[in-house]
Ligand binder design. Structure first.
Ligand code: J2J
Length: 526
């Protein structure tokens, strides 16, 4: 690991990725490749051409430079799906400062930690999210500069960074960290994923090619733009690199998304399974014209084969399953795959240079077609989390394969079927909850002696979060509402709060004395 917390690829592999053309001298700031006069971005009432967006990015880059943000700095960015997000992202990567992409749902517990871990030079946020005031939180954060999109109060308005462009003093190198993505997490604290300019450019360009993106593509963003899927798989950046149009929606709710599909003639959208299910239902009661839709990408959590088969019939567009991870490896079903592979698998690796192994508990490859843990390395998969040397020793094999914690089997065609998970994480409709992170917060409650968090099956969300609690003697057991209030006060993002509580006297143990979460989960099934 180098001093800046980044684990590089070994020299021989790096040389190979360069020689074979996966890594080019490419920078994230140069992805705006559309015709200058064409529409690049539609956000609320704003419509920006490629020329407009290019200019806005350069101007805001100048504003960040004036603030003192420089190449090699980190800036925590927490913005909703707005033009401000896109402009801020492009401005920062152009000056070589890495955006740390937080989700709008994150709260003080996550944001403070990210600011500290990344030693962020600045924090960029919206003014509010419903009842929640980001500015009030910002007042307590250990950062030099707070930049606010909207009503900035005492802070720097994002709009004030829009100043005359200047020459960038020090352009980033393609091998620099371009962006820091958030990991779904399996540990007590969130982890950051360093993505270099050149590996992320390869990620988005190769994805755009596999997904058939062209200058005619109109891509509707309904997931948070800060999420890897919506940002670069192929996402917003993949659209920019191929000259199409990005349309930002505030959410995946049919009330908001369907009118935008009709008005903008959207051709592609990426969703998580609960949104796909909602859309399959909503078609019957909504009267918008969705006929422009050509492709629905579904990923983030397992999408059932039966529902995948319904998409073309009900929504009139092709479906693509995407099994991706912010850590790197992306699996896509291909546009010309036979329907059984599209419906029943989660796709195959994007790159010919992706290496995958399916292994048993000893790290030995299982026979072809059998279930095991997925390990991977390749030209766009991280070699280490940012500033996390101890965790990295567990999360990677000695030869640099990332242990995904996903249980899969691989078909002779290379397609993967996700069969389960080994990692201690709940996948709540695509939102990832680290059991350990939630348990640590629960253990801070005065009435709670011990806590174990497990996922329970749910038809819509795939899984929901159940917290098993051992209550201290003589303490009053908290209700679910009490606990949610407690976790809100602790500044934990709401999607990580438990959906259900179960009080127990003791936890079942495995033969080696660890809490048996399997046995706990089994107590809930009839
Ligand atoms: C089952 N599990 C899946 C799928 C992800 C595209 C799509 C998704 C993500 C993402 C992403 C799954 N079926 N189709 O970054 O670019 C679970 C796995 C995986 C974890 C990664 C993208 N698609 N998963 O979901 O970093 O457990 O990325 O390891 O949020 O989601 O989560 P995340």
């Amino acid at each position: 690991m180098t001093a800046d917390g980044f684990t590089p690829w070994p020299a021989d592999l790096a040389a190979r990725y360069e020689a074979e053309g996966y890594w080019k001298d490419a920078l994230l700031g140069d992805v705006l490749r559309g015709d200058p006069s064409r529409t690049a971005l539609v956000a609320g009432s704003e419509r920006l051409t490629y020329a407009d967006l290019d200019r806005r990015a350069d101007r805001t880059a100048a504003g960040f430079l004036r603030l003192g943000v420089r190449r090699g700095d980190r800036v925590v960015v927490q913005l909703a799906n707005s033009a401000g997000f896109v402009v801020t992202f492009l401005a920062l990567v152009r000056i070589g400062a890495a955006p740390v992409l937080a989700l709008p749902a994150h709260r003080e517990s996550e944001i403070r930690y990210l600011c500290e871990l990344a030693e962020a030079r600045a924090y960029v946020c919206a003014d509010r999210d419903g009842d929640f005031d980001y500015r009030a939180m910002a007042r307590t954060l250990p950062v030099e500069h707070v930049v606010v999109e909207g009503d900035a109060q005492e802070f720097t308005p994002l709009a004030s960074l829009d100043i005359d462009p200047v020459d960038v003093p020090e352009r980033p190198a393609p091998s620099d960290i371009g962006v820091l993505l958030l990991s779904g997490g399996t540990t007590g604290l969130p982890k950051l994923i360093p993505r270099t300019h050149r590996d992320y450019v390869y990620n988005l360009e190769a994805s755009a090619e596999v997904c058939g993106f062209t200058s005619e593509t109109v891509y509707l963003v309904v997931l948070p733009a800060a999420h890897n899927f919506a940002l670069a798989c192929p996402g917003i950046l993949g659209v920019f690199a191929t000259g199409g149009t990005v349309v930002l929606a505030p959410s995946g709710s049919p009330d908001e998304a369907f009118p935008l599909i009709e008005r903008e003639r959207a051709t592609v959208c990426a969703v998580v399974p609960p949104i796909a299910l909602l859309w399959l239902d909503a078609v019957s009661w909504s009267d918008e014209d969705l006929s422009s839709l050509e492709l629905l990408q579904v990923g983030g959590a397992k999408f059932a084969a039966e529902r995948a088969a319904e998409v073309p019939k009900v929504l009139g567009c092709a479906v693509q399953q995407v099994f991706g991870m912010a850590e790197g490896l992306l699996n896509y079903t291909r546009l010309d795959d036979p329907s059984d592979l599209v419906e029943q698998t989660q796709g195959r690796p994007l790159s010919p240079a992706d290496e995958v192994q399916v292994v048993d508990g000893n790290g030995t490859p299982v026979p072809p077609g059998e279930v095991g843990e997925l390990l991977t390395r390749g030209p766009y998969t991280l070699r280490g989390y940012y500033r996390a040397p101890e965790h990295n020793r567990r999360a990677f094999t000695p030869d640099g394969f990332y242990r995904t914690g996903d249980l899969v089997r691989q078909l002779p065609s290379g397609h993967l079927i996700v069969e389960g998970r080994e990692k201690d994480q709940i996948n709540r409709g695509g939102d990832k909850v680290s059991a350990e992170e939630l348990e640590n917060h629960l253990l801070a409650h005065p009435a709670i002696h011990d806590a174990a968090v497990v996922g329970i099956p749910d038809e819509v969300m795939g899984e929901r979060t159940c917290a098993f609690l051992v209550i201290r003697e003589q303490a009053d057991p908290p209700t679910l509402k009490d606990l949610k209030d407690f976790l809100r006060t602790r500044g934990l993002a709401a999607y990580k709060w438990p959906d259900r509580l179960e009080q127990v006297d003791t936890f079942p143990r495995t033969p080696v004395g660890k809490i048996s979460k399997k046995a706990l989960a089994a107590t809930l099934t009839p």
